[in-house]
Design a protein around this ligand. Structure first.
Ligand code: SF4
Length: 441
C-alpha cells in the first residue's frame, strides 16, 4: 500500500443489497480507525463496490474502475475493488485485466478488510476480523433504511447468475435483524425496508421453514413512528401466512412481485412455475384481502421462446392487471446460467422495442392512477430537497418504494425537514408523480 492517508472514498454500484454491503464495510473501517470521505480527491484509498449480475452491470463496474484508476485520478492512492464482479470472475482473472487495482476483495475477505488495507505489518497483525454489524446507513438522512435479511439464493431461475455470485441462501437470525432495526429506529428511521434475493425464502435454511411472518411480527413489536416495506417477494413463495403478515399494521400494503413472465412455456424455460391464471389468482387474493394495495411487478422481455403470442399475452396481462408500478428488463444472456445455452432470445433490438411498447402502455396506466390520487391525504416520508424540481421537496407514501417508483413533490414550507413524517394533501398529478401540500400538524 503506497500511502496511509486514512481517508476512504466508497463508490457503490448495484442494488440496495450492495448498498447495505457498502454501509457494512464502511462501518467496519470506521471502527478500525479509518474515515469515510465524500470526495475521491481527499482519499488515500478508493473502494469500488461492484455489481455483475448482468453484462451491462459488469461494463458499468469496469468503467468505474478504469475511471477511478486513471492516472490523473488514482495518482498515489490505493484502489480496492470489492463485490459481485470479484465473486463472479475471480481475483486472478481480474488482476491480469485490471493492473491498476491494488487489492481485490471477495465476500469472504470482508471481515478482514481493515487488516488487508493496513500498510504497517505491525498494525496489521493487531487487526481483528470485524463483525458484519452496521452503524451507518447511507439512506438514514432520508428517513429510511434497508435491512438485508438474508444473503444468497437457493432457487435456480435459469436466467439468473446471482446464485453463482452470492452463493446459497444464508438467513440472518431474526434477533440480529430486530436489534439492527431498533438501532436505526432510535436514530430516526421511519421506514425499514426488508431486502434479500428472495424475502419469501427467509429462514428456510436456519429455521427449516419460511419465517418471514415470524420476522414481521417480531419487528412489529418495536415502538416508534415507523413502517415496514418488503421487497423482492418471489411470487411462488407468497402463501396465506405471508399474506396475513402483510396485514400487520406496521407493514405497507406494497407488494413487490417479480413475476418475470406470464407465458407458461417461457416461465418453464425460466425455471419457474405458474402462468397467467395462477398470477391472476395471487393478484386478486391480494386485492380482495387489502382495501388499498400497491402492486409492483417485474417482467423480463425477449427471453428465448417468447414468440409473438407469448409477448401478446404479456401485453394483455399488463393491460388487464393495471399494476401501480412496473419494472421491464430486456433479456440478457448470461454466462454460467442454465439459460445460456438457449441463445440470445429475440435479440437486443427486438427486446428493446418490446420493452418500449410495454413501457408506453404502463405509462398511461400510471398516469391514470396518479390522477386518481388527487384529493387524497397521505402520511409521507419527506426525503429531501428535489434535484429534479428546484424549490420542491421529494416525499413518498406507502405506495412508493425509494429509487424505483414515482415520487410526491411538495412545495417548500416552513419547518419541513429531510427524514421526517408529515401529512400531505395531494393537489395535482404531474405525469406519474404527485404534487402535494404539507398539512399543518
Ligand atoms: S429468486 Fe431471484 S436471485 Fe434467486 S435465482 Fe431467482 S431471480 Fe435469481
Amino acid at each position: 500500500m503506497k500511502t496511509q492517508n486514512r481517508n476512504i472514498y466508497m463508490h457503490c454500484l448495484g442494488c440496495p443489497r450492495n448498498e447495505v454491503d457498502c454501509d457494512t464495510l464502511a462501518s467496519a473501517l470506521i471502527r478500525a480507525g479509518w474515515h469515510i470521505c465524500d470526495d475521491p480527491e481527499d482519499a488515500g484509498t478508493i473502494v469500488v463496490n461492484t455489481c455483475s449480475f448482468l453484462v451491462s452491470a459488469v461494463e458499468e463496474s469496469i468503467e468505474a474502475i478504469l475511471e477511478l484508476g486513471a492516472p490523473g485520478v488514482k495518482e498515489d492512492r490505493s484502489l480496492v475493488v470489492a463485490g459481485c464482479l470479484v465473486s463472479r470472475y475471480g481475483k486472478q482473472a481480474l488482476s491480469s485485466l485490471l493492473p491498476e487495482v491494488d487489492l481485490f476483495l471477495d465476500f469472504p475477505d470482508y471481515p478482514h478488510l481493515s487488516a488487508l488495507m493496513e500498510k504497517d505489518p505491525e498494525t496489521r497483525t493487531h487487526c481483528a476480523a470485524s463483525a458484519p454489524t452496521r452503524e451507518l446507513a447511507s439512506t438514514l438522512s432520508r428517513g429510511y433504511v434497508y435491512l438485508k435479511i438474508s444473503e444468497g439464493c437457493d432457487r435456480r431461475c435459469s436466467f439468473c447468475a446471482i446464485p453463482s455470485i452470492r452463493g446459497p441462501l444464508r438467513s440472518r437470525p431474526w434477533e440480529e435483524i430486530k436489534t439492527e432495526a431498533g438501532y436505526f429506529i432510535e436514530r430516526g428511521a421511519h421506514e425499514l425496508i426488508l431486502i434479500a434475493q428472495d424475502t419469501t425464502s427467509y429462514g428456510l435454511d436456519i429455521y427449516g421453514r419460511p419465517s418471514l411472518p415470524k420476522l414481521v411480527y417480531e419487528l412489529g413489536e418495536k415502538d416508534g413512528d415507523w413502517t415496514l416495506r418488503i421487497l423482492y417477494m418471489h411470487p411462488g413463495g407468497i402463501d396465506t401466512e405471508i399474506l396475513s403478515a402483510m396485514g400487520h399494521p406496521r407493514v405497507n400494503n406494497y407488494f413487490d412481485l417479480p413475476f418475470q413472465h406470464v407465458d407458461e412455456n417461457v416461465l418453464q424455460e425460466m425455471g419457474r412455475r405458474g402462468n397467467a391464471d395462477s398470477q391472476r389468482r395471487l393478484i386478486s387474493s391480494i386485492r380482495e384481502g387489502f382495501d388499498e394495495a400497491a402492486l409492483r411487478a417485474t417482467f423480463i422481455v425477449g427471453f428465448p421462446g417468447e414468440d409473438r403470442a407469448a409477448f401478446r399475452s404479456l401485453e394483455d396481462f399488463i393491460l388487464e392487471m393495471r399494476f401501480d408500478w412496473l419494472g421491464l428488463f430486456s433479456y440478457s444472456q448470461e454466462e454460467r446460467t442454465p439459460a445460456f445455452s438457449l441463445g440470445k432470445g429475440v435479440g437486443a433490438k427486438a427486446a428493446k422495442e418490446r420493452v418500449e411498447e410495454l413501457s408506453a402502455l404502463q405509462e398511461e396506466i400510471m398516469r391514470d392512477k396518479a390522477r386518481d390520487m388527487v384529493g387524497k391525504r397521505l402520511r409521507v416520508l419527506v426525503e429531501g430537497r428535489s434535484l429534479e424540481a428546484p424549490g420542491f421537496w421529494e416525499a413518498r407514501s406507502w405506495r412508493e418504494a425509494p429509487e424505483i417508483d414515482g415520487v410526491i413533490f411538495i412545495a417548500h414550507s416552513v419547518g419541513i425537514e429531510p427524514g421526517t413524517v408529515r401529512e400531505v394533501s395531494i393537489t395535482a398529478s404531474e405525469g406519474i408523480d404527485l404534487i402535494g401540500n404539507i398539512q399543518s400538524r
